[in-house]
Design a protein around this ligand. Structure first.
Ligand code: GLN
Length: 191
C-alpha cells in the first residue's frame, strides 16, 4: 500500500487529490494525502505539484523548509503547470527557486496574452488517442536535457516530458476528466 502526496501550499490541490483517487479506483490500498508540512514528505511514494502560481508556491516551499526535501525526493513526481515550473532546473523568473528535479529550462506564461487559456487535442507518447489538454497561463519547456523524454509538443514548443519516475505537463491533466496520464504515472511506479 503506497501513499501519494499532493503539495497543498497553494493551487488546484483538491482537483489533484480527486484525480488520483479516481485513477486508483475504489478499494485501492494506496492513499492520497494533502502535504502541508515538511515532515510528511519523506514518507511518500509519489508527490504531485499542482497548478497555481509558481512564484507563490516557491515562496511557500522555502518558508516551510521543503526545498531540499523535494529536490532530493526519491519517489515519483507528477507536476502540472506551475508544478512544471517548480521542478525545472532553470526558470526565467528570479522569484522562483527551481527545484532542479528535471533537466529542463522553463519559460513561464509562454503562450502570450491571446492564448492565455486554451484547449487542444494533443498526441502524447504512450497514449493511443489524443488527450484533451487544458492550458491556463501555461509554461513551455524551452530547453530539454539529453536524459529527458519529450512526450508532447505543440507548434510553440514542448508541453509534456518524462524523466525516469517523473512526469511534467504544461497543461492540467487533473482537470481533463481523463485519467490516462495519471494511470501511466502510477504504472511506472507500480502503485
Ligand atoms: N502561470 C502560472 C505560473 O507560472 C501557472 C499557471 C497554472 O498553474 N495554471 O505560476
Amino acid at each position: 500500500a503506497g501513499k501519494i502526496g499532493v503539495l497543498a501550499l497553494q493551487g488546484d490541490v483538491s482537483e489533484h487529490i480527486g484525480a488520483f483517487e479516481r485513477a486508483l479506483g475504489p478499494g485501492a490500498e494506496t492513499r492520497v494525502v494533502a502535504v502541508r508540512r515538511a515532515e510528511q514528505i519523506a514518507d511518500l511514494d509519489a508527490i504531485a505539484l499542482p497548478g497555481g502560481e509558481s512564484t507563490t508556491i516557491s515562496r511557500l516551499i522555502e518558508k516551510n523548509g521543503m526545498h531540499r526535501l523535494l529536490a532530493e525526493f526519491e519517489g515519483g513526481i507528477f507536476a502540472t503547470c506551475a508544478g512544471m515550473v517548480l521542478v525545472a532546473s532553470e526558470v526565467d523568473d528570479p522569484r522562483v527557486s527551481p527545484l532542479g528535479i528535471l533537466d529542463i529550462g522553463v519559460e513561464r506564461n509562454a503562450f502570450g496574452r491571446q492564448a492565455e487559456s486554451h484547449e487542444a487535442y494533443l498526441e502524447i507518447a504512450g497514449l493511443d488517442e489524443p488527450f484533451h489538454a487544458i492550458f491556463i497561463r501555461a509554461p513551455l519547456a524551452s530547453r530539454v536535457g539529453a536524459g529527458v523524454e519529450v512526450l508532447a509538443r505543440t507548434e510553440l514548443g514542448v508541453v509534456a516530458v518524462r524523466q525516469g519516475r517523473h512526469m511534467a505537463f504544461s497543461f492540467h491533466p487533473e482537470l481533463a476528466g481523463d485519467l490516462r496520464l495519471h494511470r501511466l504515472f502510477l504504472e511506472n511506479l507500480s502503485l
